[in-house]
Design a protein. Structure first.
Length: 344
């Protein structure tokens, strides 16, 4: 006797049998490496979620091990890792954590790198040089990262190095809010925004517009064969009797900023305030930044600073609220650009 064939009616919209479509809820998970645990915890707290527990080890041979201690299958993972010293160890740890997340079936992996490593090696200045920022982007992609989020990239073109979405955040709102609250009436009346070199003119110009202050530019020349040595030549703009706000994306050894501040004071500036996003502070930056030409240094905590590298006159602003808001926008398919006054 012939067996009766069972027919299944398909949903007209998607061609799937009714009852076979299961609705799944999106799940946000925040995890982090060991480079900046305080920042990772602050980001999770600002979002209002618990930090995913992870196991980290560094073996006697120097090899790194990482494991997620809870299931992250199908989740939207935001892996927070910044790249201060030792940068190469943190980079390797990030790659290993991405690989672990990929093998644990995370649905999407976003690397939240407040400071992007090797960002100053974004182009070839001389023959036979590497473009290391591109190499880092390729490594992250190959390991399994789907998206990158970073703050104040040294060069905007780095966004094009990664084969996937890149959310370029700006610390300016965080820094600007601080100055709007702390600048005195005299500072506001005499304020001039200063770019420490030609490469930061565009950023300094946006600061000038936001603060309603004139712009000055310091022309410098750097010897490509000698690292961390800068010669300041001339200042374009009026700084005599002015409160000068020097804005930059990072401070490494402090040579550029200190010489710029000295040049401003030599040209009659009444006060010099330094604002930067990334406090790399390689030796001897902390000592240099206490130069009498600098009245205050304001940075964010994209990179951890030990007590030994802190000094009087240094103000550190939290970047976690900015990162948390950006993570929320990405997770909810919102607009990151709208956070900075752009189109929604």
């Amino acid at each position: 006797m012939a067996r009766k064939k069972k027919t299944v009616e398909l949903d007209k919209d998607n061609g799937i049998a009714p009852g076979l479509v299961a609705k799944t809820k999106k799940r946000l998970v925040v995890a982090g490496g060991r480079s900046h645990p305080q920042l990772v915890a602050a980001v999770a707290e600002a979002i209002g979620t618990e930090l995913a527990p992870t196991e980290h080890r560094t073996f006697a041979s120097g090899e790194i091990y990482a494991r997620f201690e809870v299931s992250i299958r199908g989740c939207d993972l935001f892996l927070v890792q910044t790249f201060g010293t030792p940068v190469n160890e943190w980079l390797m740890e990030t790659l290993i954590m991405i690989d672990a997340a990929k093998r644990a079936s995370a649905k999407r992996i976003t690397v939240v790198a407040p400071y992007f490593p090797y960002s100053r090696q974004d182009k070839k200045g001389r023959g036979r040089e590497p473009i290391s920022a591109r190499l880092v982007a390729d490594l992250l992609r190959t390991a399994g990262a789907d998206r990158i989020m970073s703050v104040d990239l040294h060069a905007a073109q780095i966004q094009g190095f990664f084969d996937g979405p890149v959310d370029h955040l700006f610390a300016k709102p965080v820094l600007l809010d601080y100055f709007q609250k702390t600048l005195t009436a005299e500072d506001r009346e005499t304020l001039t925004v200063v770019s420490p070199d030609m490469g930061r003119v565009r950023v300094a110009d946006t600061w000038s517009d936001s603060l309603g202050a004139p712009l000055a530019i310091i022309h410098k020349r750097r010897d490509p064969k000698v690292a961390n040595q800068v010669t300041v030549h001339e200042i374009v703009g009026t700084v005599d009797g002015r409160t000068c706000l020097l804005v930059d994306d990072m401070i490494d050894t402090g040579g550029t900023i200190v010489k710029a501040a000295q040049a401003l004071k030599a040209n009659g500036a009444r006060k010099v305030i330094v604002a930067a996003t990334h406090p790399i502070f390689s030796d001897p930056a902390s000592e240099r930044l206490q130069d009498s030409a600098i009245d205050e240094v304001v940075v964010t905590d994209t990179i951890p600073l030990s007590e030994s590298r802190r000094f009087p006159g240094l103000t550190i602003l939290p970047i976690a609220p900015l990162l948390a808001r950006a993570i929320h926008e990405v997770f909810e398919d919102g607009s990151v650009t709208s956070m900075f006054g752009g189109d929604a």
